[in-house]
Design a protein around this ligand. Structure first.
Ligand code: BMA
Length: 812
């Protein structure tokens, strides 16, 4: 193809030309300014405070390019342009864009000339554009001021968390994050490639539909290749769009399965014009969302290739608050961490992006199912014809772009828009108006999805109690997906997670501080106090720090010093989420999914994530690997606390025998055997191995267990009948011995003299520990391997800090 790739270094300046810098494209303006030394690092201290001017300013970027010959039809190919922007070539406006989620391909033939050309993109301030659009609405459209300090983000089709969120920095970033290229139209170009699968007894028919775009009538040779079959089609095209379909038959297909259920077989589809190639990664699988009514309400279960799969996972938010700080490797690492913690699903939440193609390629390869939200979150939205047309074009493009990915199993209308109707004075006083307006938007999305890919699975909103059902899915647990926030946002005790029986919990979360090494990247020594202005700045949920501290009072003795406070915040976060997951998994098949809030962070901040900004594992992530193990054991107390049920869950396809040994642990760390039992658990079942009367646990003792399963899985855990603060834990006197290990790693032998709970090793050098958050009884030891992150070979062992529960608080 005759193509001029315009990515590279552009000249950036404010429209008044007072501020200038170089900017890589793809890239964002804030990072370019920071790299030029014009603004401080937004993530450090309270620098965010002084950076609002960047989003209040209009910016331009420009570049010169050389064109040998301008003859022919030319178009510009632009994606991920953030957001209200005009593009000029040689002073002529060729595009006025206002949707970061669309692909634009304007004809630019008239603007080009042979020789030197200049391209310029002018970005209008999102703050001013938002205000202007709000002023033009027929009635006021509220947005969540609690989430977004920058107003009117709901007016603009760009990531909603850009305006600030209860975990995000408010920068309203701007830039160009995708492709920008000048292309010559040779008869026709590939506009879309959509695939459709029909499975039968012996194989799969894969229908490939290619939409070609041409300016004039003509013929093109189109080549399609899937698996071993390659076909060449001579296609007549007319001005505008022409659809060409071809059916590939694949006998004895290798099916794509979610992680833990089979292989992630992938086929490569290549669509070729003489001068253009589009590649799609295809997995052969069927998906069904089962919503059949039952006694409790209606089910909510995914069946892949006919097999119902319990979904274990977390919510995905953008990889970084600033695009230029993202990379494929960093994202791969985050997604790999999800799979390593035994997750099989992520939810791409509706306040961020439709992610790049390669993101979903990674999910396909890793066997991570994706629940994909359309990008609307926690606000109300316009329903004017221009806004809805813009949304319909966005949906059409995104769905066709992504629908071939086997990982995407659901398209969901939005995040929490039904609930948001109750959050604002305007919509409470005039619910009819805002509900109708919501329905116009929601129907636009549904219809555009249905038109682009009729078989795609549609769910109207998350949470939703059902189709055409506008119940309170935050508290009603009989049907639909649920966002259960009563423990965090309503300050209920952890045990309250057992007050509901969700069919599928797509959000529930509990905050912790980000780990000490990450705090060190934004806070100085003097800020290392939970109530310091810098620490409060890096907490975006009003009342969040108070909730963390008050919860500690409820369950733990108050920790000594800042580092222990951070550690303990992570212990309690992990306990909260484990309480929920243990119980809800035990309800299988009534409950068929738990996705906690949230997997990752966009910048260094106190949040609900289990991965620190940068990808290190918080204590929760180590625990998640245990409580999400396909075969898992949990201790679940009855409501009155009189007995403890040892629950076994088997998400695998085969019978497993679980050998469970339950013991008592005294506060001095002595382990006394209580019972052992072998239980057979059928595939896809949750059973109770044994129920233990609470009276069998003497005062000042904990219940502990370990298990091994016939399929090689195993694990351990403990249960405290009352609260941890009620226990007179004695110092564990941990010692560590560090030695070198293969592959540049280090072995840490941890030995204990007493009872050590939630032992956590930490170091300032990024890397991963083979395990963490484990328990040791007196005289027990554990060998942990630490592997530094790739590319950082260490000449000597880093300093390891070690925490355990008893040592985190000291009496007196
Ligand atoms: C949910 C999410 C997010 C939010 C989180 C924590 O409702 O959808 O909007 O960040 O809660 O409050």
């Amino acid at each position: 193809m005759t193509m001029i790739d315009l990515s590279g270094t552009w000249r950036l300046s404010s429209l008044d030309e007072e501020t200038t810098a170089l900017m890589p494209v793809p890239g964002d303006v804030h990072t370019a300014l920071k790299n030029a030394g014009l603004i401080p690092d937004p993530y450090v201290g309270r620098n965010e405070l002084d950076l609002r001017w960047v989003a209040e300013t209009d910016w331009q970027i420009e570049q010169d390019f050389w064109l040998e010959d301008s003859a022919g039809d030319w178009y510009l190919d632009v994606t991920d342009l953030d957001t209200v922007a005009t593009i000029e070539i040689n002073g002529q406006v060729v595009l006025a864009a206002d949707n970061a989620f669309r692909r634009y391909r304007p004809d630019v033939t008239q603007a080009l000339k042979a020789g030197d050309n200049r391209i310029r993109i002018v970005f209008s301030s999102s703050i001013r554009e938002g205000a202007a659009r709000q002023a033009r609405q027929p009635f006021y459209i509220p947005y969540s001021t609690a989430n977004s300090p920058i107003p009117n983000g709901n007016m603009l089709r760009k990531p909603q968390c850009h305006f600030g969120w209860d975990w995000n920095i408010a920068l309203a970033p701007l830039g160009l994050y995708g492709t920008i290229a000048l292309k010559k139209l040779e008869t026709a170009r590939i506009e879309h490639v959509v695939t459709h699968q029909a499975h039968d007894e012996t194989g799969v028919d894969v229908t490939v539909t290619v939409t070609l775009h041409a300016e004039a009538q003509g013929y093109v040779a189109l080549t399609l290749e899937l698996g071993d079959e390659r076909v060449k089609l001579d296609c007549g095209v007319k001005p505008g769009e022409t659809n060409v379909s071809y059916v590939f038959r694949i006998d004895e297909p290798r099916l794509w399965w979610p992680s833990g259920n089979g292989e992630q077989a992938l086929y490569r589809l290549t669509v070729d014009l003489p001068d253009e190639t589009v590649i799609r990664q295809i997995g052969l699988r069927t998906v069904k969302l089962i919503t059949d009514p039952d006694e409790a309400g209606s089910r909510f279960a995914f069946a892949i290739n006919g097999r119902e799969i319990f979904c274990r996972g977390a919510n995905w938010i953008p990889a970084d608050a600033l695009f230029s700080l993202t990379s494929r490797d960093k994202t791969r690492d985050l997604l790999q961490s999800a799979v390593d913690a035994n997750m099989n699903m992520i939810r791409v939440w509706g306040g961020g992006f439709y992610e790049a193609d390669w993101f979903y390629d990674l999910c396909d390869e890793l066997g991570l199912m994706v629940w994909q939200d359309f990008q609307f979150s926690c606000n109300l939205y316009p329903s004017t014809p221009d806004f809805l047309d813009n949304v319909a074009a966005e949906v059409d493009y995104q769905v066709r772009r992504l629908s071939s990915h086997p990982s995407i199993v659901l398209w969901c209308g939005d995040n929490e828009l039904v609930g948001a109707l109750t959050w604002f004075k305007e919509s409470v006083e005039n619910r009819d108006r805002y509900l109708v307006s919501y329905d116009r938007l929601n129907r636009t999305i549904e219809q555009a999805l249905g038109k682009a890919v009729p078989e795609a699975i549609w769910w109207p909103s998350s949470p939703a109690t059902g189709y055409m059902d506008y119940g309170d899915a935050w508290h009603a647990d009989g049907s639909g997906d649920m966002h259960y926030w009563s423990v965090w946002h309503e300050n209920k005790p952890f045990a309250d997670y057992r007050a509901v029986k969700p069919r599928f919990c797509s959000e529930f979360g509990f905050q912790s501080y980000t780990s000490l090494p990450v705090i060190g990247t934004y806070a100085g020594d003097r800020d290392m106090n939970i109530a310091s202005p810098v620490m409060e700045w890096h907490q975006k949920n009003a009342g969040g720090n108070e909730r963390i501290a008050a919860t500690m009072f409820r369950y733990f003795r108050f920790p000594e010093g800042f580092a222990n406070f951070v550690y303990l915040s992570q212990v309690q976060q992990a306990l909260a989420i484990r309480t929920a997951v243990d119980y809800w998994r035990s309800l299988k098949p009534h409950c068929m999914g738990t996705l906690y809030w949230q997997l990752n962070d966009t910048w260094p901040v106190a949040s609900w994530s289990s991965l620190d900004y940068g990808g290190s594992w918080k204590l929760l992530h180590y625990l998640a690997r245990r409580f999400f193990q396909p075969v898992a054991v949990a201790a679940i107390p009855s409501e009155d606390g009189s007995e403890i049920r040892m629950s076994l869950v088997n998400d695998t396809l085969s019978d497993v025998t679980v050998s469970l040994a339950v013991s008592l642990l005294t506060l001095s760390g002595e382990r006394r055997d209580l019972l052992s039992i072998d239980s057979l658990v059928a595939p896809d079942a949750a059973v109770t191995a044994i129920t233990i009367p609470a009276a069998d646990i003497p005062p000042d003792c904990l219940l502990a267990w370990h298990f091994s399963a016939s399929n090689g899985m195993g694990g351990e855990g403990h249960f405290v009948p009352g609260t941890y603060k009620g226990l007179d834990l004695q110092p564990a006197r941990l010692t560590t011995t560090v030695s070198t290990a293969p592959a540049g790693g280090f072995d840490i032998l941890v030995q204990s003299d007493g009872l050590a709970l939630f032992v956590m090793i930490e170091t300032d050098t990024p890397g991963r520990f083979s395990d963490n958050a484990f328990d040791l009884a007196a005289g027990e030891s554990r060998r942990i391997t630490y592997l530094p992150a790739a590319g950082e070979p260490l000449s000597e062992a880093p300093q390891f800090r070690i925490y355990d529960l008893a040592s985190s608080s000291v009496a007196g």
